[in-house]
Design a protein. Structure first.
Length: 401
């Protein structure tokens, strides 16, 4: 049976996957539309690179604060209420961001968007984990990432052109409409999986040998943290700024570049299942992290534009493997009753990287004297170090808890 036939069989066997995939795709479509213009838009307020990074960071702070409470709450009240509420919160934040006229107010509305984003991303992955089995885990996580990247791909391309044609606030209006549509899908199409409840918040945090405080789960959470750091530091901030300052690209071309990353990730994901099943999720994580480091390093080789486009492709190829490998390994080392709380905790750890990335590389950019190149190379070093730590503390796993 081919990989595409296997995926088709998975979708037919559990049709409750479809509403989740549609919600994830729609939500990332809205989020992706603001990525190409965000750092450029922030720069119009006359702020430094560090403050430009704060606009991304404040979104991550909102996600960080929402992740674990959302995961734990969904374990007790069900996934559906959170899947409806999250996009509605994003819609409110999008409306505020579209209407604001000051940088501080824009940061506040980005924080609101981050709270809603953390809510639905954490709970949607937990809902898919409820559906998964050891035989379908890599497939289902791959479909999750495929839907996510499809939305991000279309969003980044459309967002760049939308900003160029209608102004830099236009993607926020689009995000508002898409978020409302996502909430409607969750309300009318998703059947709650009724996960096993946690007895209390303290019970959700109780240490278990194969739970969310195991060395393996903390190791993969650290890897995820660095991957999120890289996403905001490089993909959301340094790559757009290098595209503009080093390679002379406009906002629509930068949008195409980000779209190439997301599109390449999406195209390779059907084949990543085969690699994860062949070498195991643990080694797939290792290969993807080292590959991301190489892909990022390419962009600093020279000022010719082909280095920019090559970086987009290489980073997309290896980043496309990273997300499903991290997801499959994380679910494998968690007990089922800890899916909500454990994945919520992991997203909290990951979003520390999401929050820190733009600020750290912004400081390196502003203070080190090495500019954008210094920020990229420091991120490459962090990818390599985190991979070595993961190799030391993690274990192989092939069975469900």
């Amino acid at each position: 049976m081919s990989i595409f036939q296997t995926i088709g069989t998975t979708l037919k066997q559990d049709r409750h996957i479809w509403p989740l995939l549609i919600m994830i795709c729609c939500s990332m479509l809205g989020t992706g539309m603001v990525v190409p213009m965000l750092s450029v838009y922030a720069a119009t307020f006359g702020v430094t690179s560090t403050l430009v990074g704060m606009l991304v960071t404040i979104f991550g702070i909102g996600r960080l604060l929402a992740n674990f409470p959302s995961g734990w709450l969904s374990q007790n009240v069900g996934r559906r209420p959170l899947l409806v509420t999250g996009p509605l919160i994003v819609a409110v934040g999008s409306l505020g961001a579209a209407l604001t006229s000051g940088f501080v107010e824009l940061c506040f509305w980005r924080f609101v968007q981050g709270v809603g984003s953390g809510m639905y991303l954490t709970v949607s992955l937990a809902a898919l984990a409820d559906i998964s089995t050891p035989a379908t885990r890599a497939r289902i996580v791959g479909l999750y990432q495929f839907a996510l990247q499809m939305g991000a791909t279309l969003g980044s391309v459309f967002g760049g052109f939308t900003a160029k044609l209608f102004g830099l606030t236009a993607p926020f209006w689009a995000m508002l409409l898409i978020s409302l549509a996502t909430a409607l899908v969750a309300l009318f199409s998703f059947r709650d999986s009724k996960p096993p409840p946690s007895r209390s918040l303290s019970g959700a945090l109780a240490t278990e040998k194969r739970g969310m405080f195991s060395a393996s789960f903390l190791g993969i959470s650290f890897v995820s943290c660095v991957a999120f750091f890289t996403r905001t530091a490089c993909m959301f901030q340094l790559i757009p700024l290098m595209g503009q300052d080093t390679f002379g690209l406009d906002v629509s071309q930068i949008g195409i570049g980000i779209g190439i990353i997301a599109g390449t990730m999406m195209l390779v994901m059907p084949f990543n299942q085969l690699l994860i099943e062949k070498v195991g999720a643990r080694m797939a994580v290792v290969y993807s992290m080292l590959g991301m480091a190489v892909g990022l390093a390419v962009i600093v080789i020279g000022p010719e534009q082909y280095w920019f486009w090559l970086c987009m492709v290489l980073y997309g190829l290896t980043g496309g493997l990273n997300a499903p490998a991290v997801g499959a390994y994380s679910i494998a080392v968690l007990p089922r009753r800890q899916y909500g709380a454990g994945l919520g905790m992991q997203r909290t750890i990951s979003d520390i990287g999401y929050v820190a990335g733009p600020v750290v590389v912004g400081l390196v950019d502003d203070l080190s004297g090495f500019g954008h190149t210094g920020g990229i190379l420091s991120n490459v070093g962090l990818l390599v170090v985190s991979t070595l730590v993961f190799i030391l503390v993690s274990r192989n796993t092939t069975s469900e808890n």
